[in-house]
Design a protein around this ligand. Structure first.
Ligand SMILES: O=P(O)(O)OC[C@H]1O[C@@H](O)[C@H](O)[C@@H](O)[C@@H]1O
Length: 341
């Protein structure tokens, strides 16, 4: 069960300052520090439901650690963001910048930030929208979600608009995110976005997944051959991908439109392949690597770290999703790993 002691009162209607103040107040009343950081003392680790443990980061922001059969995933309530995913062999599969900042409203560089309700700079909001730098809450009893979760460890998160969001994006929504980890280590993210407003709204969304790779020069992406893409580096001009796998030797920033639903990221040096499966709710794929020059301008990314990361996002960005009052959209992403010996 969720920890009522820590989460009662976090109803998603408050401003960020209020929520952080409550979190800090409650966590500092709850026990002694376990990480010794500059934030308030962390409570002793707590089991919140089967296979899920609640811990605090050094700034007092709660994290959930999911464990299943030797695999694990860590989710920060800052951004509702998966920041670690490991297989039974305890290898880290997601890139997290050594300079990542866990201090809202900065978004965390790495893991799987959720870009919502805007992708990139294509609207009036800050880049990639506000969901990635808000504190989400744990939801105890979400509306029923179809699918087989009996063998899985999972957690349900919820984001509702903060007061300040309503000023810049005046639409009332409920964003539910289920993160599940199967016994074979497969990680699943299912988003449900509901219009609880009295008028239509439209949004874009991306699971901005930073894969950890040995060396970007050794990586190939398969599944995008012959697909259309918009090149963000060339004023979003439209191109067609050539026949071979996508490889990397300079900055890449593309949106593949209506792409295949199965994409493979092959890392020859590590002898492993990430398999990305997305459903019809996520028609597009974004591929991004900042390469050397841009990396140097990104304060929360090490100068050389572009070599160890590749973003491949399941997304719905080219044609925004429009919801009428009462309607709900669903988008599911599944990540798995194939390892050769
Ligand atoms: O630095 P941010 O806001 O996390 O964005 C990183 C990148 O995210 C990518 O998805 C975009 O296509 C890029 O244009 C952008 O630079």
């Amino acid at each position: 069960m969720m920890d009522e002691h820590i989460y009662d009162g976090l109803d998603g209607e408050r401003g960020m300052t209020d929520i952080l103040r409550i979190l800090h107040l409650k966590t500092s009343n709850s026990g002694s520090s376990s990480e010794g950081g500059r934030g308030p003392p962390s409570p002793a680790n707590k089991a919140v439901q089967t296979g899920v443990e609640l811990v605090n980061d050094k700034n007092g922001i709660p994290r959930l650690v999911l464990r299943n059969n030797g695999a694990s995933a860590t989710v920060s309530l800052l951004g509702g963001q998966v920041i670690s995913w490991k297989t039974k062999r305890a290898e880290e599969l997601l890139f997290l910048s050594s300079k990542a900042i866990f201090d809202p409203p900065t978004a965390v560089r790495g893991g799987i930030p959720i870009c919502f309700p805007q992708f990139g700079n294509s609207g009036t909001l800050e880049r990639h929208g506000f969901a990635r730098n808000r504190i989400w809450i744990i939801e105890n009893n979400p509306p029923h979600l179809a699918g087989d979760f009996t063998e899985k460890v999972y957690v349900d998160l919820l984001l509702k608009p903060y007061e300040e969001d309503a000023k810049i994006w005046p639409h009332n929504f409920e964003f539910r995110l289920r993160i599940s980890l199967a016994a074979d280590g497969i990680l699943n993210l299912t988003s449900r976005i509901r219009n609880v407003d009295s008028k239509n709204f439209s949004f874009s969304i991306a699971y901005h997944t930073y894969f950890s790779v040995s060396d970007i020069s050794e990586v190939r992406v398969e599944g995008l051959e012959t697909q259309y893409y918009l090149d963000n580096l060339l004023q979003r001009q439209r191109f067609t991908e050539q026949g071979g796998a996508l490889t990397f030797e300079s900055e890449v920033d593309r949106i593949y439109i209506d792409s295949n639903n199965v994409i493979a990221v092959m890392d020859h040096q590590k002898k492993r392949t990430f398999v990305i499966r997305k459903d019809a709710g996520l028609p597009d794929v974004v591929v991004w690597n900042p390469w050397e020059r841009k990396s140097k301008s990104i304060v929360d990314l090490g100068d050389e770290e572009y070599k160890q990361m590749l973003c491949v996002d399941g997304a719905a960005v080219e044609n925004p999703i429009t919801l009428k009052p009462g309607e709900e959209w669903t988008g599911r992403l599944e990540l798995s790993l194939l390892q050769s010996s």
